[in-house]
Design a protein around this ligand. Structure first.
Ligand SMILES: *Cc1c(COP(=O)(O)O)cnc(C)c1O
Length: 376
């Protein structure tokens, strides 16, 4: 039996809530399930205001609008990330400034961030890769010195912590993803976490297609109108209902994922200790959410060969992100591969192993055996 890279989580309680939506006859969005999900997230993570979005991409686009970015502004972003971490900010006319990662974690290298700050830098966007927190203390200090806003791309970060703080609560604005490849999902979905509540009023307008319709619901105005450049940022009630069921199963989900992660660790840590490959460094003050399991191979050639060996053994394994700076879009922005040599090299050394709630201990064993076989 082939071992799949990902199988989206199903809690088993989704259909009951979907029936409730169908029976209610209210489908579009910003209804009772959307409000329930937002309240759940606000309470669980201690965030003053959460807005559910159709994607993490949408939440990042909202953050860019809230920061009033535009031509002439620069936003520092890891090159090792998903395309929309950059495109969300570029839509405003701002320029992405790509930054190196620390190969020990594949997260933003704060020293390189500091080097790339100019008088035009308006925002820094750390990604918590694999649900392992970026170096938030150092990044926050650098940002504070220069008066720059941090926007966390916490797409993969739900339930993970930096010290005592949940990922997504360490910056004024943060984005989470509920895409089906993430721990908890609703097909496509996301959330904007407004840790600085002073953004809330404008955020609601932007979210409501640029109108003050939210004020109508609160009885603050008697008709609503276009007040701001916004878009259609929220998901349907069907997605919110599906997501509510998933969130209620989040502890169970984490327990299952932890067991799988520990199964991998038990078998692969000794191999890493033998120097066959490296595992990401997880500092003592990081609580992870078991989002993914990846190796950092000793060379690109080794990573390619091992991936081929796993695929031949019917085990789906994938490389990491293809760097943004050397992509076709990156080249159009004037970057060449050599501009970020560490990202160029290490992105190709990353090998992501199957990780989903249906993975059995026998599957993990088979994957570990195949890796051991490769190294002979
Ligand atoms: C998944 C992901 C995104 C995109 O999330 P969507 O909800 O699909 O828009 C952005 N950034 C990172 C780091 C991601 O992992």
């Amino acid at each position: 039996m082939p071992i799949k890279f990902n199988i989206p989580f199903v809690a088993g309680t989704e259909l009951g809530y979907l029936h409730e939506v169908v029976d209610s006859g209210f489908f579009n969005g910003n209804g009772s399930f959307t409000k329930r999900v937002q309240a759940w997230l606000e309470q669980r993570y201690g965030v003053p205001k959460v807005l559910l979005t159709h994607s993490c991409t949408g939440a990042l686009e909202m953050a860019a609008l809230l920061l009033d970015l535009g031509p002439g502004d620069e936003v520092i972003i890891p090159s090792y990330t998903f395309s929309t971490t950059a495109s969300a900010f570029m839509r405003t006319g701002a320029r992405p400034v790509f930054c190196e990662i620390d190969p020990a974690t594949m997260n933003l290298d704060w020293r390189d961030v500091e080097r790339r700050i100019t008088s035009r830098t308006r925002a820094i966007v750390p990604v918590h890769y694999g649900g392992i927190s970026a170096d938030m203390k150092e990044l926050s200090e650098v940002a504070a010195v220069h008066g720059i806003t941090i926007v966390e791309d916490a797409a993969q970060g739900i339930e993970a912590k930096y010290g005592e703080s949940w990922l997504g609560t360490l910056s004024p604005l943060a984005a989470i993803s509920f895409h089906e490849t993430k721990n908890i999902h609703c097909g496509l979905g996301g959330a904007l976490l407004l840790n600085d509540a002073s953004y809330a009023d404008r955020a609601e307008n932007i979210w409501e297609r640029g109108t003050d319709r939210s004020k109508l619901f609160k009885g603050l105005v008697d008709k609503y109108s276009w007040v701001e450049l916004g878009s259609s940022f929220y998901p349907t009630e069907l997605q919110a209902a599906f997501l509510m069921a998933q969130l209620e199963a989040i502890d169970e989900n984490t327990t299952i994922r932890r067991r799988i992660y520990e199964g991998y660790d038990r078998r692969l840590k000794p191999m890493a200790a033998s120097g066959w490959f490296a595992l990401p460094h997880i500092a003592a003050n990081r609580t992870i959410n078991y989002h993914s399991y990846f190796l950092v191979c000793n060379s690109i050639a080794q990573s390619d060969a091992l991936r081929k060996h796993l695929v031949d053994s019917e085990i789906q394994a994938f490389i990491g992100y293809v760097p943004l700076h050397s992509s076709r879009m990156g080249q159009q922005l004037g970057y060449t591969a050599e501009d970020l040599p560490l990202t160029e090299e290490y992105s190709q050394r990353v090998l992501r192993l199957p990780f989903h709630h249906k993975l059995s201990d026998g599957d993990v064993s088979r994957i570990a055996d195949a890796i051991a076989e490769f190294f002979g």
